[in-house]
Structures are given as structure tokens and as C-alpha cells.
Design a protein around this ligand. Sequence first.
Ligand code: C2E
Ligand code: MG
Length: 607
Amino acid sequence: MSDSDSPEEENDERALFEARLKALEVDLRQKKEIILAQHTKLEAFFESSIDAVVQMDFDGHITGWNQQAEKIFGWSAEEILDRTIAETIIPERYRDAHNKGMKKYLRTGKSSVLNTLIEIHALHRDGYEFPVELSISVIDSKDLQEFNAYIRDISERKHAETVIWNQANFDSLTSLPNRNLFLQKLEHEMHACDRSNLSLALLYIDLDRFKDVNDTLGHDMGDLLLIEISSRLKKTLREIDTVSRLSGDEFTIILGQINDPLSVQPLCQQLLDDLAQPYQLDNEKVFLTASIGVTFYPQDSKDIEVLQRNGDQAMYAAKGNGRNGFHFFTPELQERALRKRTMIKDLREAMQQQQFEIYYQPIIDMKNNQLTKAEALLRWHHPESGMVSPSVFIPIAEETGLISDIGNWVFYSATEQASRWRDQFDIDFQVSINTSPLQWIDEAAAMNQWFSHLQQIGLSGQAMTVEITEGLLMDANDKITNRLLDFRDAEIQVSIDDFGTGYSSLSYLKQFDIDYLKIDQSFVRNLDNDKNDLALCEAIIVMAHKLGIKVIAEGVETETQNQLLKDFGCDFGQGYLFSRPVAASDFEALLGKPCKKQKPRAKKSTA
Ligand code: C2E
Ligand code: MG
């Protein structure tokens, strides 16, 4: 308005102004109504959503909670407001990650879970977890800062998926993996072998004359039998192995992480023995055997199809060999397996047939060249193959459990021999016997009866040493520790054999009161030309002496080695330089006189 305006003009302007104001008010009311309507619509939308909608502020406190959220999580909207989302619906194991994710978003404005669909587990008020599908969006403006989570309970869908997956991958009768899952697992294990450089064994198992059972006793009995067979197969296997039923009476086993193909032999035999036990089906007792074909990845083939064919072929070869047996796909492996099986059979008879003999190898006191001790080394005179090395048959004796009987025989024979020699020649003579770790854990080895035997034959415990491996000390449980203490109480000495090749742990030596370390011959062999081995031998000797342990050097073959060891202060030496292991009668000739160093002798009784 200006000073020059007339009263009429003034009235007009006021009327215009009031009209505009009215119009604005109407406009504002209309907008308000629209916003209110929108809000109501949103509210209705929010409440009627089939997804749970959960809103929270940037501190993690819940600010919105719709009806569906009430339904799936069990909390009402009144109860939930002001609780944090983490303590309410997030299982404990995810809370850390959730908090870190929030912090990261607030710091950087970035988050990997925003606006994507994720599957995760949520927590119900009653404490159980259930699967949900979740997507989160964020409102980050000047007026409002909020996360919105849309959450859908997918328990039913997941359950349905599991049912469908099980139907597609498992055999409904036995609940074992079917061919489909078997192939997936086989492929998976093949990749694992490529990564680890190990092998896998694929076993094809077919029941012998299963059809007869079905024909004579009916299919229901046949089904019962298959169920029992699957549980026997599973019982014998490790967690990591997979047994599947491909069809009818055809099963497969995948054995992963195989180092040595022949190591599966005992398991195959075990499976055959288990399957051959009688089956009690209702009132019927059924006898049944199986044939197993074995093939290896990657040795026999790297192709999954070929591998399956190999297993099948090997299984037919086992059937051809008279059933109730296993057969390797590779002829060379099959031959080795047969040789090993024959050796196991022969080894079982060797004791009764008196085919074992103990050879004795002198251990020389390096200070005065006196023969004061001997190591008892077992020899097997095989009727056809001649002398078999203990490094060949001892591992087999260990694998078959025969080692306990053999170890006992060595102990009784060697101590009786030592007793005779102590009477005859040298009051201080000591015999050292090798023991396998298995003897220390197997009750059947009856090592505690050794002490009474020594008493019976009037031999002092000081007349013997037991050689053990470092591994035994590393794995020592209470039983082994107590047994070692019993040996110490009986004044029997303890040597660590092959020292330097294993863990070479000083703490164990101190803890177990060890008497001797035997430096492994692989270090002694290179003494003259390998500076590392030279340093190592010297270090072992110095260290052992510090701990009050005496040292025996094994495999001394040359005068130079002998001299170097003497210079380092080594206590005892054993090796071809002094004598090879010899039969008891030849050893007698060495006893009672100072041991002159000898050139390695080539004579009848050398070994
Ligand atoms: P070990 O206990 O390390 O025995 C020493 C091995 O080195 C013996 O082999 C011995 O003949 C050989 N040897 C000794 N001096 C020399 C040398 O100067 N040069 C070379 N190249 N070799 C030498 P052997 O008799 O073939 O025995 C092999 C392994 O069999 C033994 O190794 C021991 O671990 C095991 N063994 C032997 N007898 C028994 C036994 O009664 N029970 C158990 N559990 N194991 C035994
Ligand atoms: Mg030894």
C-alpha cells in the first residue's frame, strides 16, 4: 500500500489480500488432508505388509514394529519400543558382526547389506532361531535418520526345499546318499585331492547272491537286510568317508585323504568281515557276503566316468576270484596287495614255525673301545623268500597287532640270552631291545609282566635298555608315563631311537628321565662331508650331556666318523665299523675281548 492510495483502492487491496489468504488456507488444509491421507495409507500399508517391517534409529533402537513383526518374532509393539534390535531379534552369534556393520555405516556411509536380499537366521522371543529373508534400506536425511528392515519368515520354504533336496539326494530306504549325491561328493573329493596332493579310494561293493535272499525270503526281508547292511557299512567308516547306495544291492564308499593305497587293505577286510556276520531278520538268520572293487584317484584315472567303470570292473574281478573278497583295479597294486596278504598270513605262522632269530650288534664304549652293550635286532627267516628285513615286516606286524606277541618273544629271548652272557663273560653286559609304540599301549603286550620275568631269571634291570621313539613321548598319556616310570623303578634304562629325525624336543627328554639318545644314522653317515650334520651331531651330544643323557651314535661306518664323534665326546658307537649285527653264536666270539675296530665283514652271518 502507498500513501497516495484512495480509500476505495485500499479496500480493494485488503479484499484481495484476504481472498488470497483464504485461498492459501484452503490450499494448506487440502495439503494437510492429502498428507494425512497418505500417512494413513502408509500406516495401513505398513501394518498390512506381509513382511515384518522393523524400523530402527542410528543407535540401533527400534522405532517401528508392524503387526507382522509382532507375529513372527513374538514381541508386541509396546514391549519392543526402545529395545535394541541386536538384543531382540539377532541371534547372539551375529551380534558382533551387526554392531561392526552399523559402526562402519556411520563412519563411511557404506554397507554391504543395504538394499540386497539376504538369508539369515533370526531370533524369536521364545529363544529359537528361524530362517528369514531380509532386505534393509536407509533414510539418511536432515530430518530423519532411520533403517527400515523388511523381514520374511521363510521357515516353510526352507523346510520344503530340504524335503525336496533330500528326495533328490538320498535313498529313501536306507537314508544313504543316492547316486546323485554320490557323484557330487566324488567330484568334491577329487578336487580336495588335487589341493592336498593325497588320493582317494573308491570302493564298489556288491552283495553276493542278494537276489537269492529277495527270492526266497521276499522283498520286505530284502529291505530289512539292506538297512542293516548300510548301518554296518557306516559303523566301520570315518566321519569323512561317504557311503552311498547306488541301486539295489550296489553300494559305494569314497575314502578321502589316502596317503598309501595299500593302507585301505585292512579297512576292506574289516568291511568284508563285518558284512559276513550273520543277520537276524525277524526269525530268520541270514548269511551273506560281499565283493569289493577298489580304484584310486588320481592314480587309476582322473576322469570321473572312467573311475566309476574301474571300480565296477574291479568289483567284478573280486566276484570272479570267488566272492567275499576285494580286488584292486591296477594289476600292479593288486599284486602288491596279494603279496602283502600272503606276508600277513606267513607272519602269523612265523612264531610257531620258529622262523625268528635275534641278531646282536655290538655297541662300543668310545672311551676304551670295550664292547659293553648290544642291540637286539630281529631277523625273519622266511621259508621261501629267505631273510626278510625288519623294516619290511615290523610295520606289517604293527598293522596286524602281531607286534605285541613278537615284541614279547624278543624280550624273553634277548633277556635270557643276556643273562647267560653276563654269567659267562661280562658282569656289566647290557642288551638293548627295540619296542614299537603299539606295545606300550596294547594291554595284550603285557609289558608289566616283563619285570617279574627279570626277577625269575635273576637278571637285574640294569642289564637291559628299551629303545623307544620320540613319537611315543610326544603322545604319552598317563598309562605310557606310568609304564615308563615302572621301567625306571625296575632300573631298566630307556633310549630314544633315531634321534634327530622326529621332533627332537628337549622338554620331553627332561620330563621322562631318558638315559640315552641314539643319533640317527642319517646324520652320522654325512659327518665327513656335511657341515650341517657335523654341527647337528655336536649339538646333540653337548645338549644331551647338559641334561645328563648319554649318547650312542648309530651307523658308524668309517674311521673319520668314529674320530669326529670321539672328539665331540660321544659316549658310545654302533655300526659296521665295529661289527654288523651277527647271530648269537658269532656274537659270543666278540664278547669278552676288547673290540678291535673292524673293516665291515662279509661273512655268512652278516645282516
Ligand atoms: P634301528 O633300531 O634304528 O636299528 C638300526 C638299524 O641300522 C639296523 O637295521 C642295523 O642293522 C642297521 N645298521 C647298524 N649299523 C649300521 C651301519 O653302520 N650302516 C648301516 N647302513 N646300517 C647299520 P635292521 O636290523 O634292518 O633293523 C631295522 C629296524 O627294524 C630297526 O631300526 C628297528 O627300528 C626295527 N627293528 C629291528 N628289530 C626290532 C624288534 O625286535 N622290534 C621292533 N619293534 N623293531 C625292530
Ligand atoms: Mg634301534
